[in-house]
Design a protein around this ligand. Structure first.
Ligand SMILES: C[S@@+](CC[C@H](N)C(=O)[O-])C[C@H]1O[C@@H](n2cnc3c(N)ncnc32)[C@H](O)[C@@H]1O
Length: 156
């Protein structure tokens, strides 16, 4: 099963960029991964937040395939433990799902078109994290989930 991470906009903080690479490299030992960064729409006074999210949403959906399981990460989504997350990913792997696309939004979040298209909306917490940090946590939790699935002693 391949994991296709879709990020909106560049990683701003150099240290977060290092941590993203750190966890992405570890995760890649367990499963195939790809990270795609789609362009963040410039915020100007002539564009409403809805228009910005629509433009970014089109880029996000263009980076997915209709056959993907689409997961959106959003603070309003479904919360679960690391073990429950591992159970979800493990079940998809056993079912032979070819690719899971995981979307982490930009500063304005993720628009309604992408949320409507998603099979799952997952939350890390009801709190809002900066997008750079959300990328690190999602990658770390996905690495943790695969260490649980593969029986590697990382999760205590
Ligand atoms: C700065 S946040 C967006 C904030 C935006 N005002 C909103 O309400 O969605 C950027 C991205 O980080 C991710 N994110 C931040 N906090 C999160 C959380 N608690 N759970 C899941 N994803 C989160 C989401 O993908 C979000 O689109």
């Amino acid at each position: 099963m391949k994991l296709n991470f879709i990020f909106v906009g560049k990683t701003g903080h150099r240290d977060m960029g290092r941590l993203i690479k750190f966890y992405a490299d570890r995760l890649a030992r367990f499963t195939r991964i790809e990270i795609k960064t789609v362009r963040e729409e410039k915020i100007t006074s002539s564009k409403t937040p809805e228009l910005i999210l629509q433009a970014e949403g089109k880029r996000i959906l263009d980076a997915t395939d209709p056959s993907d399981v689409l997961v959106v990460w959003d603070s309003s989504g479904e919360m679960m433990s690391s073990v429950e997350y591992a159970e979800v990913l493990g079940a998809w792997e056993r079912q032979g799902i070819k690719r899971v696309s995981m979307v982490i939004g930009g500063p304005l979040g993720i628009g309604s078109e992408v949320k409507k298209a998603a099979q799952k909306i997952f939350s890390l917490s009801p709190m809002t994290f900066p997008h750079d940090l959300a990328r690190v946590i999602v990658l770390e939790q996905t690495y943790r989930a695969f260490s649980i699935i593969r029986g590697i002693p990382y999760h205590k």
